[in-house]
Write a protein that binds this ligand. Structure first.
Ligand SMILES: NC(=O)c1ccc[n+]([C@@H]2O[C@H](COP(=O)([O-])OP(=O)(O)OC[C@H]3O[C@@H](n4cnc5c(N)ncnc54)[C@H](OP(=O)(O)O)[C@@H]3O)[C@@H](O)[C@H]2O)c1
Length: 277
């Protein structure tokens, strides 16, 4: 069985390939169990996705010991005041059927809630043992720095969209400087990378698919964990099978050059911060 290596950040060991679970209806308990049996040890969910019950059930039916699995969930933007935040974490743990998660994230920033209050609630959840590690998602670099400044506990990851069509070089550099893992969501650009001529061309050299080449490009930056989602057993196995080949410098450059102005897929109006580009 293929296990992904882990990335270290402030005491956390984050498996570099995780399983994405957004999309209730697409993601069922059997997909979680299939991913765990294929070697995934990192599952990404959120209160907002509605998939926490499926994640919990999938973990229980997989037969893989809980202690070997890195489970991440998130608190939504409408629950960032301290009392709502604490309730959301309790609801997540009940839905998952777990007594702790490995990583708890603020899902999106929310400008009407003081960041100090939210970050205080995040740190408190860690100190209460409800999560082993904490982090943020969809923060820009200035917000990440403010969160780091306010937080009495280390932030281990910034989760943002990241794939070859989106230039995240500034954010990757910022994470590297701060010792924070970048967790790449939509690592396959929600399926848009499929059939890309450059990825397909490089893939032919190594006997790999477009998705595998894109995921390998993320892995070779040595600071990125990627969380692809699939509801197909073959593609679930394919997406973690990216550790038996190495892209050379020219391949890496050609893939980086695929960045494009319309590359971003997740950009909710009114909620998204001013992204670092
Ligand atoms: N923090 C946030 O705000 C945020 C936002 C978005 C996503 N996320 C997280 O990131 C995860 C991944 O993002 P995502 O689900 O939006 O998109 P994604 O993983 O980039 O793409 C998923 C799509 O790609 C297809 N796919 C998967 N593997 C493939 C392969 N090997 N070849 C061809 N197509 C393939 C899937 O179809 P099939 O099912 O048919 O394979 C699905 O349609 C989410 O599930 C969620 O956990 C977080």
């Amino acid at each position: 069985m293929l296990l992904a290596p882990t990335l270290a950040a402030h005491g956390a060991a984050i498996p570099a390939i995780g399983f994405g679970t957004s999309g209730l209806g697409y993601v069922r308990a059997e997909h979680i169990a299939t991913a765990l049996k294929a070697g995934y040890r990192h599952i990404d969910t959120a209160r907002k996705y509605g998939t926490e019950p499926a994640v919990g059930e999938g973990i229980r039916t997989s037969g893989i010991p809980r202690g070997e699995i890195f489970v991440c969930t998130k608190v939504s933007h409408e629950n960032l005041h301290a009392g709502d935040f604490a309730r959301s974490v309790d609801d997540s743990l009940s839905a998952l059927g777990l007594d702790y998660v490995d990583l708890l994230l603020v899902h999106w920033p929310e400008k009407n809630t003081p960041l100090a209050e939210t970050i205080g609630a995040l740190a408190k959840a860690k100190r209460q043992g409800l999560t082993r590690h904490i982090g943020v998602a969809n923060f820009n670099i200035a917000m990440l720095d403010e969160a780091i400044r306010l937080c009495p506990e280390p932030l281990v990851t910034l989760q943002v969209e990241c794939h070859p069509y989106l230039d995240q070089s500034k954010v990757i550099a910022a994470c590297r400087e701060r010792g924070v893992v970048l967790t790449a969501y939509c690592p396959l650009a929600r399926g848009r990378l499929q059939g890309d001529p450059v990825l397909a061309d490089i893939g032919r050299l190594y006997g790999k698919t477009c998705a595998q080449v894109a995921l390998r490009w993320l892995m070779q930056q040595n600071i990125i964990a990627a969380i692809p989602r699939s509801s197909n057993a073959g593609r679930i196995a394919e997406n973690i099978n990216v550790f038996d080949f190495e892209l050379d410098e020219d391949d890496m450059r050609r893939i980086s050059a695929l960045r494009r102005a319309d590359g971003r897929t997740a950009n909710p109006l009114g909620r998204a911060p001013a992204w670092d580009v």
